[in-house]
Design a protein around this ligand. Structure first.
Ligand SMILES: Cc1ncc(COP(=O)(O)O)c(C=O)c1O
Length: 472
């Protein structure tokens, strides 16, 4: 870029004036914000250090440290003899899905799949039972209403009550899956150009849905208790968001659970600023570890979406949504627009699972299995900083700041371990310096295979070097 170009772009540079952060951190944060707001674009060169130092009236050393900090966060990269450049944006999803079909013999921790146990025999029984009722089979071949047939609605409603969720039948809809519910809820609440806010590390399906619907997705600072209230207040003023997307029981990937007090604070801010809450409860967690759902605390502004992908099977595509009274027509219209009506067989299978008592047996089986896995996993990883929810599938390992999580992912893969760097979950660059990897301990077929993989990971973490790779 020539000098004139620099002159124009220099107007975006200033040093945030607060005394809490060292100047170089404040400047690195500013770079992250400029990237997030698309004022600095992928591949763009940052100003020469001396020139920026003059503009901001700081020493060149401060700029050097700020650029180094931004590089550590993975949002810029320096090229020897050439300067510092904004890193390419997260590769659109391809990197996220690339390990979907892992190599033969690899231990795969990359997807939170439901472990398969009793489901096979229940599916067998359910299909046999259905096939012996010709009248019923005939009915299943017709279009099915999105709330299901009356006997299915009854079972569904009873199940929701047992899950401590609002169960008013008019507000509860079946969807094809959690992702479908998420997409449909966004369709019902937003119009193109609206802003959706979320934690800075979030479920990639949200980003994909926002992209498809031309929504702006902004990631906010969070801590081990979820989204920070000050960040939320600031975002409301800056972006006037329409929706906040949260996974209050267990964030994917970090597993952070939002405590009751913070849930109430979030609701207070959302009510004041007229923001919808999109509550995603797809990740599995035993009932005893769950806190009151946002939809129970603020039903008038919350769209709650969930599915049976984790507690039953990701293959039987079935999800559900509980929507605010005043928005059920919008939701129903959005469903019509994107699926017309639901598929009858998954709803009937779910009904069978409930009626036969197999759902309760399944929950107990899963809880016991995950208890066993967590006991083993915690012991193997006792020297590492880990975060998890008991009974959940995901494990988050915090990494030292100087490490690159992508490098850990790459090296682990070379050793036949598939896991995911936190980078795949970032919304708009690593503005806040989060470093970690996510492993789904539910995925390996046996607890022994899981243990083997984790032991191998510990060895890798102890023996290898994980500095970010320089781009030369
Ligand atoms: C937080 C979260 N939401 C939604 C989904 C999508 O769920 P489904 O398989 O029901 O579409 C997933 C899948 O992993 C998830 O982790």
């Amino acid at each position: 870029m020539n000098c004139n170009g620099f002159f124009v772009t220099m107007t975006i540079w200033h040093l945030p004036t607060d005394n809490d952060r060292p100047k170089y951190i404040a400047l690195a944060d500013h770079i992250a914000t400029l990237i997030q707001e698309n004022k600095l674009k992928a591949g763009e060169k940052l100003p020469p250090q001396r020139r920026l130092a003059d503009t901001l009236e700081v020493t060149t050393g401060t700029i050097t440290r700020a650029y180094a900090e931004a590089e550590k966060r993975g949002i810029v990269s320096s090229r020897v003899g050439s300067g510092t450049y904004v890193s390419q944006k997260e590769k659109k999803y391809s990197s996220y899905w690339s390990s979907y079909f892992p190599e033969e013999g690899a231990v795969d921790f990359s997807n939170s799949f439901a472990p398969i146990g009793p489901q096979e025999s229940v599916l067998h029984e359910a299909l046999q039972s259905l096939s012996s009722q010709p009248d019923y089979l005939h009915k299943l071949l017709h279009y099915t209403p999105e709330r299901g047939y009356p006997h299915q609605r009854e079972k569904f409603s009873t199940w929701l009550k047992e899950e401590n969720l609002p169960s008013e039948q008019e507000n509860c809809f079946f969807t094809q899956s959690g992702q479908h519910g998420l997409f449909t809820a966004l369709q019902a609440m937003t119009t193109a150009g609206d802003t959706v806010i979320c934690e800075a590390l979030t479920f990639p399906g949200l980003k994909m849905a926002c992209d498809s619907l031309s929504l702006k997705c902004v990631g906010l600072r969070f801590d081990e208790q979820g989204i920070c209230i000050e960040a939320l207040e600031a975002a409301c003023k800056q972006y006037h968001p329409k929706v906040i997307y949260l996974m209050p029981q267990s964030n994917n990937p970090t597993t952070a659970q939002i405590p009751l007090e913070r849930r109430k604070q979030i609701i207070e801010v959302c009510r004041r600023h007229r923001i919808f809450i999109l509550e995603d409860d797809v990740q599995v967690l035993p009932k005893k570890y769950k806190l009151p759902a946002m939809v129970s605390l603020a039903p008038e502004i919350t769209f709650h979406i969930s599915s049976f992908s984790k507690r039953l099977s990701g293959g039987i595509r079935l999800g559900f949504a509980i929507v605010p009274n005043a928005y059920r027509t919008q939701f129903q219209l959005a469903l019509r627009a994107n699926q017309w009506t639901i598929s009858s067989l998954p709803v009937e299978l779910f009904t069978y699972w409930c009626e036969s008592g197999c759902m309760t047996t399944q929950d107990k089986w899963l809880e016991t299995l995950m208890d066993e896995r967590w006991t083993v996993a915690k012991d193997i990883l006792k020297n590492h900083e880990i975060q998890y929810q008991p009974g959940g599938f995901n494990l988050w390992i915090h990494l030292p700041e100087s490490w690159s999580a992508l490098r850990v992912e790459q090296v682990a893969r070379q050793h036949g371990l598939i896991l995911r760097a936190g980078d795949h979950y970032l919304v708009g660059g690593n503005a806040f310096g989060y470093h970690g990897i996510r492993l789904c301990i539910s995925q390996p077929k046996t607890t022994e295979q899981m243990a083997e993989g984790l032991r191998q990971l510990v060895t890798i973490l102890e023996q290898e070097s994980f500095a970010p790779e320089q781009i030369l």
